[in-house]
Ligand binder design. Structure first.
Ligand code: SF4
Length: 737
């Protein structure tokens, strides 16, 4: 294939100074930005390595210690993930630990409504007696927890096992529902198991990289550096309604209409079939459902003309893209929240998987249908949180799986529920119905991050007891709590994370938690004793002891890690990707499906497809603009609970809420650059600073998710298969204030 798109950067639009290009400079020359400079008077006397606690890239950081306390850090050279690089968040990882608003003692709400300090004994007694009273009055189904992808697998497993097997809860979910549930649902149905197939080497070994709904430059800057190391002169196609920093760096940007992605990928699949750009041997041997897919595409409205009309992408561009995917030797397809956070995200993800399967682009270097994970341990949560999956990627509904888990954990079989949990949105609805009355929120900030905040905030009054366990007493959710349990953060405890490419890495305690704050692991131990189920967790004596239980639970599963001996082995190998079975050979970079065998019983993958659905809230004359949300800068992380604590990171990101508006739309609405504007949806309104930029198309506006007000606007609709919220497209209106 010789076609190349125009790679010259277009004339720069007025970008925010802190965005893309600056991120690249920060990654390449961090010391010039005040990152990673050792304090001159404090010389370290030792170092230890620890995987970063922000995103799922899983960079390893070398933490410099003095008297066993961290004094600074640098990026670890030679680690197969980051190769000596780190982004601003990684460099500033130690700063959030020093914040003044750390929760340093347990808090309970007194009769006057104030949160006041109390002892661990009193806080835990109130927590346990409150939850037990609710359970006695309304049953254990009236209790639930919300966890996170931000704590180690050992703690996630402890929370899940304690919640379900110890305390008898049925319902628990985590904030990974907000980021990765769609990829999980898509992989399970298509491959037979939740299995991202790639290794980061694939960024460097592709001839064609397709990024869908992913602003990798900003969201995963170190992964983007891996793309930049690609020596094959790859075509880089970015499919995104916005002209993001990644789109600017691409060889081609396809600025499709918001949420027309499923139609686009069905159109491309049809072009592949019509043009014969298929790997027929691969399809015959390794995939089910080709004839059904073919009829669906050829009989449906997916011809180039209609796809062009619907997506806004020119027909000749569709043909060029199909040609690149169809004839490229090593094609990789990558997606993140632009796909996952959609009302039909599961089918969109599967339409990308279909493209990889049609062309045999899987199981080989530089290929794959690859979901890029968000949080540092979202993958650990997927396998070990014991929420909608039974521990180790098992199913609550499967009696053989329940028996296996009971045997390994030495717990009574009847303690394992035979039904799965409500998903996050269903927990919210159950609170609204008055069915769930006690909620335990661990290391997540629901009162900022959950969709349609006004509805969520009303739910607080429906709860009889809200317990929040967090590093900070100041989060929006902690401020609503009846009880706050102070938790240690990353850097103050041990455990393992699993990154986006399935690599297990260790985190290490390099700092003492302040005041009476405890590692979540120790809080779970205490809760188990106060609840009266401590005996069940006698073997759960340390994170590494739990890791040994977890690896036994994976035996025979696609994620089998029984050949990993201990934490030392993980560290000695620079992290270890799952699986690592007793029989498997070891290599630092491994991808799945090299033998063409998938995880369904017949060993084959499946083509999954379904007609696109209507946008839940299209624009209309009253709300004429589509609101897109996403990451603002590489210096901000989600609800900014931690990144706002670093003076350096604060300097690298805008402090006040802003909205990006196309200049032509601004003219229509009489909005001047830098002025204050009101943005409103059917659910709420806010005031933000207008930032005029050609990076958003006409008819669209963009707001970063890091500001609490943004979710006052978003629409609470979810994908029916993954139950992941659709943050990306709702209708808004905008006026000058
Ligand atoms: Fe940490 Fe992610 Fe930045 Fe790496 S890219 S340093 S894992 S936040």
């Amino acid at each position: 294939m010789t076609t190349r798109f125009d790679t010259r950067p277009e004339k720069a639009t007025p970008l925010r100074a802190w965005n893309g290009p600056l991120t690249q400079e920060l990654v390449q020359r961090p010391s010039e930005f005040g990152l990673g400079n050792l304090p001159s008077k404090v010389q370290p006397d030792a170092t230890t390595n620890s995987v970063c606690g922000f995103c799922a890239t899983g960079c390893s950081l070398k933490v410099h210690l003095r008297d066993k306390q961290a004094v600074n850090l640098s990026a670890q050279m030679g680690y197969p993930v980051n190769l000596g690089m780190a982004c601003p968040k990684g460099w500033e990882s130690l700063e959030p630990l020093k914040a003044r608003d750390r929760a340093t003692s347990p808090l309970v709400r007194d009769r006057s409504g104030r949160l006041v300090q109390t002892s661990w004994d009193n806080a835990l007694k109130q927590f346990v007696s409150g939850f037990k009273q609710i359970a006695e009055a309304s049953g254990a189904q009236a209790l639930a927890w919300l966890g996170t992808g931000q704590i180690p697998s050992e703690e996630l497993a402890f929370l899940g096992a304690l919640g379900k097997f110890g305390m008898g809860m049925i319902h628990g979910d985590g904030n990974t529902r907000q980021c990765m549930a769609t990829a999980v649902a898509a992989y399970k149905e298509s491959f037979g198991f939740d299995a991202p197939p790639y290794t980061y080497a694939d960024f460097e070994e592709s001839d064609v990289l397709v990024f869908v709904g992913s602003n990798l430059c900003i969201t995963h800057p170190i992964m983007w550096q891996r793309v930049m190391r690609n020596r094959r002169k790859p075509e880089i196609l970015v499919v995104d309604p916005r002209r993001t920093e990644t789109a600017m760096m691409a060889t081609k940007h396809l600025a499709l209409r918001p949420k027309s992605d499923l139609v686009l990928f069905y159109g491309l699949a049809r072009l592949l079939i019509e043009s014969g750009w298929l790997d027929t041997d691969f399809i015959e041997q390794h995939v089910c459902g080709f004839e059904e897919l073919k009829h669906f595409l050829l009989d449906g409205p997916y011809d180039a003309y209609r796809v062009s009309q619907e997506t806004g992408i020119d027909e000749h561009v569709l043909l060029e893209m199909a040609a690149l995917i169809g004839s490229g030797k090593r094609v990789s397809l990558w997606w993140t929240m632009g796909v996952n956070q959609s009302y039909e995200g599961t089918r969109v993800a599967q339409s990308l998987i279909n493209l990889a399967l049609l062309t045999g682009n899987i199981g080989k270097p530089g290929t794959g249908a690859n979901s890029i994970t968000g949080q540092c341990n979202a993958m650990g949560s997927r396998l070990f949180s014991n929420t909608t999956n039974l521990l180790g990627g098992h199913a609550f509904e499967n009696p053989v799986h329940r028996e296996k888990v009971a045997r390994i954990l030495e717990i009574p079989l009847e303690r394992i529920p035979d039904q799965s949990s409500y998903a996050y949105d269903q927990i919210m609805e159950a609170i609204e119905r008055g069915e769930i009355k006690g909620l335990w929120v661990v290391a997540t900030n629901t009162a900022h991050s959950w969709i349609n905040q006004r509805r969520f905030r009303k739910l607080r009054d429906k709860l009889e007891l809200l317990v929040v366990q967090d590093m900070y007493h100041s989060t929006e959710t902690a401020q609503m709590a009846d009880i706050v349990l102070p938790a240690a953060g990353w850097g103050e405890k041990d455990g393992t994370f699993i990154n986006s490419e399935r690599r297990i890495g260790c985190i290490r305690k390099v700092s003492r938690a302040p005041g009476q704050a405890l590692a979540d692991f120790h809080i779970f131990q205490l809760v188990s004793h106060y609840w009266g189920c401590g005996e069940m967790f006698e073997k759960w004596s340390s994170p590494e002891a739990v890791f040994k239980l977890l690896k036994q639970l994976t035996a025979g599963q696609p994620c089998d890690i029984t050949a990993i001996e201990n934490y030392n082995m993980i560290e000695a190998h620079g992290g270890i990707q799952w699986p690592l079975r007793q029989s498997s050979g070891f290599a630092a970079e491994r991808r799945l499906f090299e033998d063409g065998r998938f995880y369904h019983a017949n060993g084959k993958a499946r083509f999954i497809f379904e007609a696109p659905r209507e946008l839940p809230e299209p624009t209309d004359p009253a709300y004429p603009l589509t609101l897109l949300t996403g990451r603002g800068t590489s210096s901000q992380w989600h609800t900014q609970t931690r990144t706002s604590k670093s003076a350096v990171l604060r300097k690298l990101s805008p402090q006040n809420l802003y909205v990006e508006i196309n200049p032509a739309d601004a003219e229509v609405y009489g909005i001047a650059a830098g002025s204050q504007v009101e943005v409103r949806s059917r659910r709420g309104k806010l005031v933000a600073k207008a930032y005029l930029s050609g990076t958003v198309s006409r008819g669209q506006v963009f707001m970063p998710m890091h500001y609490a007000e943004v979710n006052e606007l978003t629409l609470d609709t979810v994908d029916p298969y993954s139950r992941q919220p659709s943050y990306k497209a709702c209708a808004v209106a905008i006026t000058s204030t």
